[in-house]
Design a protein around this ligand. Structure first.
Ligand code: MBD
Ligand code: FE
Length: 281
């Protein structure tokens, strides 16, 4: 984070992430059967009750929790809280059967419909976009090795200040967000820049929990992708850079060894090769 660029206020990025979720996801949630709701709600509450008994939680602690939960809502930080501390286990369960590429969590900052760039092109970026230029090549295949010529690769990531377009002020709408197709042989070539590590907003409820617990607020630098092809399961993943000091202690627990890139110097920046193998649906 450069000194000249101030981090987005938690309430601002939180409100955008909450709106995003309501628009894209919430309407699509199917009714959950009564028995399932009852089982899950009862077990989660039991785990809370057990924690209270085990640690003899006081009224002051109970009221601190209540105040904090109220603030999570007021700051719009439920998407951030859930995606940082819960989603990784949902992802693990949902994708355990896959034989193809490892994925990881989506996080709160995906926006559908990023501009189409063809199979070889650049994500939209500012004339003075910071960060080391990165040329990324790869192919999309099925688990049997067949190239998937109708695949799409959606890419979104933070800029060199660790900020996401549409969730921080003053950044062009689709900056560092693009949708790529692939050539007949399943290949693509994407030009972008290396993102910076991401720090969770320190001035909101999630930041308050992190400070109160003495944790750190960092995610390692990462590229987000959604890779899709007809007849195949949608792959949601993130790619990481070797040597990042937070690859081992990501606050969102979303790094896997299979998702580490191997960038090489070249082309006035770096080149990297990483492809995707999708599971048939
Ligand atoms: C991010 O950029 C992110 O990817 C996740 C999972 C949570 C918070 C911010
Ligand atoms: Fe992210």
């Amino acid at each position: 984070m450069t000194a000249t660029h101030h981090a987005p206020a938690a309430a601002e990025s939180g409100a955008s992430a909450t709106q995003r979720f309501k628009t894209d996801k919430f309407a699509a949630v199917a009714g959950t059967p009564k028995e399932r709701v009852s089982t899950l709600a009862r077990e989660v509450l039991s785990a809370v009750h057990e924690t209270i008994r085990k640690h003899k939680v006081t009224y002051d602690e109970y009221n601190a929790l209540k105040a904090w939960l109220i603030q999570v809502g007021e700051d719009g930080e439920w998407p951030l809280f859930l995606d940082v501390w819960v989603e990784h286990v949902v992802e693990e369960v949902a994708t355990a059967h896959r034989k193809g590429n490892k994925g990881t969590i989506e996080g709160p900052y995906y926006v559908p419909g990023a501009p189409e760039q063809g199979s070889r092109g650049s994500v939209p970026m500012r004339a003075d976009e910071g960060g080391t230029p990165l040329v990324w090549t790869g192919t999309v295949t099925s688990v049997d090795g067949t190239p998937l010529k109708d695949a799409k690769v959606e890419l979104w990531h933070a800029d060199a200040d660790g900020l996401y377009s549409q969730f921080a002020p003053g950044i062009p709408e689709w900056n560092l967000r693009g949708t790529f197709s692939v050539a007949e042989d399943g290949s693509f070539e994407i030009h972008t820049v290396r993102p910076a590590p991401y720090q969770i907003p320190t001035d909101g409820a999630c930041g308050k929990l992190i400070a109160a617990a003495g944790w750190h607020a960092w995610r390692p630098a990462h590229l987000h992708v959604k890779v899709s092809a007809p007849g195949h399961e949608l792959l949601t993943a993130q790619l990481y850079f070797p040597g990042d000091e937070h690859n081992e202690d990501d606050i969102a627990s979303a790094v896997k060894p299979e998702l580490l890139l191997d960038p090489k110097p070249g082309d006035g920046g770096e080149t990297v090769s990483y492809g995707f193998v999708l599971d048939p649906a």
